[in-house]
Design a protein. Structure first.
Length: 151
């Protein structure tokens, strides 16, 4: 995957210099959390890593965005970070929907939770899903997990 930005400097004789930023295949992440502060912090971190960020404040909105996405267009989603405990439609339900209709995206979904992952009962989503991020987390843990999924 090509990741980066191309900066083109252009001087027009009748205007101020124009800096055009062309984004070439920047990776895309959907952050799903009902807490705006967490979405903001994650968005800021991902943008600093040169990702394009979309947000959803609930599971229903996330499912709508993800089912409408297309891997061959600007609506593609390379990674999803989804809180487990969302109102109305939970992160567990988001994952289940994706597993049945978009398994490739489900494989790139990170569940985030404040629950204890080490105490998760066998057979639960926390025990069975391969990508779980326990809150609070270090950014180095997030980076390692993201790298293991998308690169």
């Amino acid at each position: 995957m090509l990741v980066g930005r191309v900066f083109v400097y252009h001087e027009h004789p009748f205007a101020f210099p124009l800096l055009v930023v062309l984004e070439l295949l920047l990776p895309r992440v959907l952050i799903v959390d009902d807490e705006p502060g967490i979405r903001f912090a994650l968005k800021r971190w991902f943008e600093r890593q040169h990702w394009t960020v979309s947000e959803a404040g609930d599971g229903h909105t996330a499912i709508t965005q993800l089912l409408a996405s297309d891997d061959a267009s600007d609506s593609r989603v390379d990674l999803v970070i989804c809180d487990l405990h969302l109102p109305v439609v939970s992160g567990r339900d988001v994952l289940a929907t994706l597993m049945s209709s978009r398994p490739a995206i489900a494989a790139r979904l990170i569940l985030s939770t404040g629950d204890s992952v080490s105490d998760a009962a066998p057979g639960t989503v926390l025990a069975s899903h391969p990508h779980v991020l326990q809150k609070p987390f270090e950014l180095s843990m997030l980076k390692a997990l993201v790298t293991s999924i998308v690169l």
